[in-house]
Design a protein around this ligand. Structure first.
Ligand code: FES
Ligand code: FES
Length: 173
């Protein structure tokens, strides 16, 4: 076992983990952060996307020990003082979900897209989200929500840095 110290959603934790423990499993099973979900475990779907030091990562593709000394934000850390993050609000208002399983990861990645480019074109949004799969195929309203959130200044959200946590994925249509 290895001791790690990590800040998650603004709270400091110090825990023993096995070196092979994935960040997503640490978040869900040791911290109870079940808002971050597992859709594939093979870095294909993006459902597990969180922010690590302000950059989106697929937390099934990161070891918990790699988060030692770092700052993690999950979907559960976005709202402030009971107010939804502008991206969460936009998903709600645009009906940008059906079953909701992809939604946590989709929102975390969408914020990252806007941090990288606060005023993206529709095509840039689709490219930015290409590593996040929605099995309900609700991409149209998801793109609308990101456009609305861009107008609401969602780029000033939880994280300052950017990257694509994406690797593979279907082209949103
Ligand atoms: S569960 Fe991590 S990418 Fe699918
Ligand atoms: S809303 Fe069901 S997977 Fe996206």
């Amino acid at each position: 076992m290895t001791r790690i110290s990590v800040t998650v959603d603004g709270v400091d934790y110090s825990d023993e983990v096995e070196p092979r423990t994935l960040l997503v499993h640490y978040l869900r099973e040791q911290l109870g952060k079940t808002g971050t979900v597992v859709g594939c475990d093979t870095s294909n779907c993006g459902a597990c996307t969180v922010h690590l030091d302000g950059r989106s990562v697929k937390s099934c593709n990161v070891l918990a020990v790699q988060a030692d000394g770092h700052d993690v934000t999950t979907i559960e850390g976005l709202a402030t003082n009971g107010e939804l993050h502008p991206m969460q609000q936009a998903f709600h208002e645009c009906h940008a979900l059906q079953c909701g399983y992809c939604t946590p990861g989709m929102i975390m990645q969408a914020i990252d897209v806007l941090n990288d480019n606060p005023n993206p074109s529709e095509q840039e949004i689709r490219v930015g989200l290409e590593g996040n799969l929605c099995r309900c195929t609700g991409y149209h309203n998801i793109v609308k929500a990101v456009q609305q959130a861009a107008g609401a200044g969602a780029a000033t959200g939880s994280s300052a840095g950017t990257t694509s946590g994406s690797t593979l994925g279907g082209e949103p249509v």
